[in-house]
Design a protein. Structure first.
Length: 284
C-alpha cells in the first residue's frame, strides 16, 4: 500500500475558536469530544495515522484573532505538536500582516526558532487580498520575501469558506498571479484549488507559473476528474494530496485517500500526488 502524505489537516488549538465558529466546526460530528482531545495528543494522532497508513501530515495553523479566534500562540502550538514526531508532522504557522508589530522578527522566530516548516495565508479569514503588498501592506511583502529567501513554502487559501464573517472575495486565486510574478522563487501552494467557483483560474495559474502548486483538500475525490479537474494529468507534478480533515464534510482521511487512489489516473500520477510531490516540495 502506498504511504500517503496528507498535506492539509486542521490540528489546531480549537479551544481558541469563537463560540459560533466552534459550534459550526462541531456540527454533525458525533466524535467531536475525541477530536478536541486529539488536538492535545500527538500520540493519538500518530495512532490514527498508523491505522490509516498515513505517513505524514501537514498541521494547518494560522492567526485570525478577529474572525476565528486563533492568536499568535497557535504558532507555538503547531511547533510544539511537530516536536513530538518531526518525521511525521509538518508544522504550518502564520504572521498576520494586519496585526504584527514586527513582521521581520516574527517570521524569523517562526522559522528559525520554532521550526515552523511552512506558512499559511488565509485571505478570507485574515481579510486581505494575497497581493495586498501592492497597496502598501509591507508586512505581507516581508513574509513573502523571507519565505522566498529561505525556501519556505507558503500555502494560500483559495476558494470559499463555511464560516461566518469570512469574506469570500479574498479567496479568488487570480491575485496570486501577482505574487507568483513578484516572488518568482517563492513556493506557492493554492489550498483547495480555488474550490468550487475558481477552479478554472487555479488550473490556468498552475500551468502558467513554475512556482505555483495546489492541494486538492476538501474537494470530494470522486468529483475531481468528473467535475473539477478533468485534465489533472497535465499538472500531475504540481498537485498535492490533502483532505482538510477534520473540517466540515470531511469524514475520514483514509477514505479520501482510497477514493482518490481509485480514480482513472496513471499509477505514476497517483504516486506523485499522494507522496512524491510533497517530499520534493518540502525537501523531506
Amino acid at each position: 500500500m502506498i504511504k500517503v502524505i496528507d498535506i492539509h489537516i486542521h490540528i489546531q488549538p480549537w479551544w481558541q475558536l469563537k463560540p459560533a465558529i466552534l459550534e459550526r466546526m462541531a456540527l454533525g460530528k458525533e466524535n467531536f469530544d475525541f477530536l478536541m482531545g486529539l488536538m492535545k495528543s500527538p500520540a493519538k494522532l500518530i495512532e490514527l495515522m498508523d491505522k490509516a497508513d498515513i505517513e505524514k501530515v501537514g498541521l494547518i495553523n494560522y492567526v485570525s484573532p478577529d474572525l476565528m479566534g486563533f492568536d499568535d500562540s497557535s504558532n507555538d502550538f503547531s511547533a510544539q505538536y511537530q516536536k513530538y514526531a518531526p518525521d511525521r508532522f509538518i508544522a504550518f504557522g502564520s504572521v498576520h500582516p494586519r496585526f504584527t508589530k514586527d513582521a521581520d522578527a516574527d517570521i524569523h522566530r517562526l522559522i528559525h526558532e520554532l521550526g515552523i516548516r511552512a506558512i499559511k495565508v488565509h485571505p478570507p479569514h485574515q481579510l486581505f487580498y494575497p497581493n495586498e503588498y501592492l497597496n502598501g501592506m509591507k508586512n505581507l511583502e516581508i513574509v513573502y520575501r523571507r519565505c522566498e529567501e529561505w525556501g519556505i513554502p507558503v500555502m494560500v487559501h483559495t476558494g470559499t469558506s463555511f464560516f461566518s464573517g469570512a469574506r469570500i472575495k479574498y479567496g479568488d486565486p487570480i491575485y496570486l498571479d501577482d505574487v507568483a510574478l513578484d516572488f518568482p522563487k517563492l513556493k506557492i501552494i493554492m489550498a483547495h484549488g480555488g474550490r468550487p467557483i475558481w477552479m478554472n483560474t487555479a488550473f490556468y495559474l498552475i500551468r502558467r507559473h513554475k512556482n505555483m502548486y495546489m492541494d486538492i483538500s476538501s474537494i470530494p475525490p470522486k468529483k475531481i476528474l468528473s467535475d473539477y479537474f478533468p485534465r489533472l494529468e497535465e499538472i500531475a507534478d504540481k498537485v498535492l494530496f490533502g483532505t482538510d480533515w477534520p473540517g466540515p464534510q470531511v469524514e475520514d482521511i483514509r477514505k479520501n485517500a482510497d477514493d482518490f487512489l481509485s480514480l482513472a489516473l496513471k499509477e505514476e500520477t497517483k504516486l506523485k500526488i499522494v507522496r512524491e510531490n510533497a517530499l520534493k516540495l518540502f525537501s523531506m
